[in-house]
Design a protein around this ligand. Structure first.
Ligand SMILES: *Cc1c(COP(=O)(O)O)cnc(C)c1O
Length: 476
């Protein structure tokens, strides 16, 4: 031990004995204030962590200067450590990637109406599971069923935690230890570990692959129907497309075959387009799937629908009724804030023109290139002024993506502000922009940072300019 301390002192620097105590640090003005605001126990544990790091450094022989041991300086480090705990780690940011439904960036931004509904519901008790007419226990499903059936034409509907949960619940209810036929072209993985074969295994359903990757015919399903077959499952290959020599069986054909043989026909739609945006022309709609005869359709609440994270199940009264009654439905149920946000979002769909204007996901997907170009020019002017020659800024044509595993090949005409810093590597600029408040996430292309204006919200232009100004002028 003494030898090690000796080692820490190698360059004539301070030794372990020179490190101030936790008590000493707590006497600094900064940490007194911190303790008053966020509690002494947090500040004490942060101080212990900071001092322990310092001890480790000295023992390892890292040159530590006397200045680093000043209580005031250490107090600042302690506050940083504590702030890492009390400051929210989840923070709003500026999505300048041009990917509208960006799963890593939180997918959908809620409409004002949905935000207000969440606020109202969270701030008071509610009739979540209480029937006000009868003065008795009610069902949380009842708050959302009618609007979903009205919009989709389904007999019944159920909302669960997310679409993955909806698929798992359906497989558990209808296909435990039984066979489910799926085309080899649809054994998909959605980012973040949703894989059809694995969800199947978790539900104990037996996956029977039919057809081939690029071609599956109705006869492939027919051939594989056995005694233990219970379901024909169609999975929308949301995030990729098989192109070239291909064949796929339509839901209508699948439904006809399934019903002839007494099998349940389910369609995992993924995105769930409800509105008639031109951009969605190639995306299967929920209504079409039902009209084609699917017994159960599942889709996400926060992809193309533009609402909160949720999994929506629509279908026949019998099938959805069984799912509602299953104990697993309780384990994947949605909370009241989700119900409120989803109901308010869906209410906007009753007037599709309003939905396109008021639901941010739909508004962004539908924004015309001329409008994006105008916003890009404005942003570029703001940037030029703020950056004052420290970077060149040009407005250029680009392509945005839908994201969220929808319409993988579709490129939406868009405009970007391309930023080339004069005295800074573009990677370094991008790294600095991840640390501004709010952070700005763009994409790097050929040594320039591209900021796609489609996904920059109207009130984020000024903060984006401020963040870039800060990132470029910052000297490190
Ligand atoms: C996105 C997607 C899922 C998973 O939905 P989550 O809402 O993310 O749980 C399942 N199936 C398909 C086809 C999807 O596109």
């Amino acid at each position: 031990m003494p030898r090690r301390e000796q080692k820490g002192k190698a360059a004539g620097g301070p030794s372990l004995r020179d490190i101030p105590s936790v008590e000493e640090l707590l006497e600094t003005r900064l940490l007194k204030t911190e303790a008053a605001r966020h509690g002494r126990p947090l500040v004490v544990s942060s101080a212990r962590r900071v001092l322990e790091r310092l001890r480790r450094d000295i023992r390892a022989g890292r040159p530590v200067t006397r200045a680093e041991l000043q209580p005031r300086r250490l107090a600042a480090a302690v506050r940083n450590d504590a702030a890492g705990i009390y400051r929210p780690s989840l923070k709003p940011l500026i999505n300048a990637t041009g990917v509208v439904v960006h799963t890593n960036l939180g997918r959908s931004v809620l409409a004002d109406e949905a935000i207000e509904a969440v606020r109202r519901t969270a701030a008071a008790y509610s009739n979540l599971e209480y029937n006000l007419d009868r003065g008795k226990r009610g069902l949380r499903h009842d708050h959302i069923t009618r609007i979903i059936t009205e919009l989709t034409g389904a007999e019944d509907a159920l909302v669960v935690n997310n679409n993955a949960a909806a698929v798992l619940l359906a497989l558990t209810v209808f296909a435990r230890r039984k066979e489910v036929l799926v085309s080899r072209g649809e054994l998909i993985e959605i980012g973040g570990s949703f894989r059809i074969p694995e969800i199947m295994a978790a539900s104990t359903a037996k996956l029977v692959e039919v057809g081939t990757t690029n071609k599956t015919k109705l006869s492939d399903y027919e051939k594989n129907i056995g005694k233990s077959t219970t379901m024909l499952l169609h999975v929308h290959s949301s995030n990729y497309k098989v192109v070239g020599f291909t064949a796929e069986v339509s839901i209508a054909e699948l439904a006809r075959l399934g019903h002839e043989r007494g099998l349940l026909v389910m369609d995992d739609l993924g995105s769930g387009a409800l509105a008639g945006l031109p951009a969605f022309a190639d995306e299967p709609s929920v209504k079409d799937g039902l009209a084609a005869g699917a017994d159960v359709i599942t889709f996400s609440g926060d992809k193309l629908l533009g609402g909160p994270q949720a999994g929506i199940v629509v279908g026949s009264r019998e099938a959805v009724g069984k799912m509602k009654a299953h104990p697993m439905a309780r384990a994947v149920r949605v909370d009241k804030m989700t119900l409120a946000a989803l109901q308010a979002t869906l209410a906007l769909y009753l007037n599709p023109k309003e939905a396109l204007k008021r639901i941010p996901t739909l508004r962004m997907l539908g924004e015309k290139p001329a409008s994006i170009r105008a916003r890009a020019r404005e942003l570029a002017a703001g940037l030029e002024e703020a950056l004052d020659g420290a970077a060149a800024v040009t407005v250029e044509k680009a392509a945005s993506k839908v994201g969220g595993g929808a319409l993988p090949l579709l490129e939406l005409d868009s405009y970007v502000c391309a930023v080339s810093p004069a005295a800074l590597q573009v990677d370094e600029l991008a790294a600095r922009l991840r640390q501004t408040n709010p952070p700005v996430i763009g994409r790097i292309h050929k040594d320039r940072l591209l900021l796609d204006v489609r996904t920059i919200l109207p009130d984020q232009a000024a903060p984006a300019v401020a963040a870039l100004g800060q990132a470029i002028s910052q000297s490190r």
